[in-house]
Write a protein that binds this ligand. Structure first.
Ligand code: DON
Length: 312
């Protein structure tokens, strides 16, 4: 299998696609992004990096950050987190509020907005948002080996000015006692975490611990093997919101999407993949990003449902 060749062909195929979906506009700053872009980067378990298209262009990682935030929160409170957040797919859109009333302010999983807001509350740990954001940036710098990753302050300001749904979610959970800090501080942490700007190359590097059973490529341990497997399981079952089943069906590997158009996808033992294209489908997931991963999985045979590497 010539992975470099597959990447080049995928980039050409995606660049020729006409149906690119729609760029997110509920965060006004994201509406300015050119939908004609597509990037892909693959970090392999044997240390190679294959990249193509706009792989070095920075984009707003948005909900992909929820993977790193969950990893940090589990490091702080361990399995106690599961008393405050579920681990079931929600079958609802990422910003839905309806289940929260029936389920007493306990969000279905850590990847829908409500769940990620509880995770952001845990990560705040009594500090100001800048302390938690500093910790998040240091973590992502360590994972990727790249200290240049930063917050896009314009995106953060744009979401702060318009994020009324998240404010509602946070206040609602506060009423149940499941958000413990001041909601403005929690959202300050959450919104800045989502506003991290990364390229496909940086994101694929940052995801390597999840393909390596929790190990950093430098030999250190980021999380235990069991924790890495569980995070991958949550990405597969909940990482694409109410399209998670469809993503598992079409792509067959754990993935986490963001409304900036990025997706981090993990092939355990083989590859950490980042794709980016800003146009979204109706579920808020990257249109071409999903298509590219589907095609990549088909060509490589990569799947958590098959022991073989056999494309078809
Ligand atoms: O809270 C929000 O709405 C955004 N900061 C993140 C949402 C997101 O990326 C959903 N993903 N597809």
């Amino acid at each position: 299998m010539d992975l470099g060749n597959i990447v080049n062909e995928l980039v050409a195929a995606m660049q020729a696609q006409e149906d690119r979906g729609t760029v997110a506009s509920y965060i006004p700053e994201l509406a300015k992004i050119d939908p004609g872009q597509f990037g892909i980067a693959i970090a392999t378990a044997d240390g190679r990096m294959l990249a193509g298209g706009d792989a070095d262009t920075g984009f707003s990682i948005q909900s992909v950050s929820k993977v790193f935030a969950l990893t940090l929160a589990l490091g702080k409170v361990g399995d106690q987190l599961w008393e405050r957040v579920g681990r079931e797919p929600s079958g609802n859109p990422f910003n839905s509020i309806t289940q929260l009333e029936h389920e007493q302010g306990i969000p279905r999983n850590p990847f829908i907005n409500a769940g990620a807001i509880v995770v952001a509350d845990v990560n705040l740990g009594g500090h100001q948002p800048r302390v938690a954001i500093g910790e998040m940036l240091r973590f992502v710098h360590y994972l990727s080996g790249d200290d240049s990753i930063a917050i896009d302050e314009a995106v953060a300001a744009s979401e702060t000015a318009t994020g009324f749904r998240n404010l509602a979610l946070a206040n609602y959970m506060r009423a149940f006692g499941n958000v413990r800090h001041d909601v403005d501080l929690v959202l300050g942490n959450y919104i800045h975490q989502c506003a991290m700007e990364m390229s496909c190359r940086q994101l694929a590097l940052a995801g390597r611990y999840l393909m390596l059973d929790g190990r950093h490529p430098d030999g250190g341990r980021v999380v235990s093997p069991r924790r890495a497997r569980r995070i991958n399981a949550l990405m597969l079952t909940c990482g694409h919101y109410d399209a998670s089943g469809d993503f598992a069906f079409r792509v067959g590997i754990p993935g986490k999407s963001g409304v900036g158009g990025g997706i981090l996808a993990i092939v355990p033992g083989r590859a950490s993949i980042a794709v980016w294209s800003p146009g979204l489908n109706a579920n808020g997931n990257s249109c071409l990003g999903t298509l590219a991963l589907e095609e990549l999985a088909r060509r490589t045979g990569w799947s958590v449902f098959s022991p073989l590497e056999e494309g078809d």
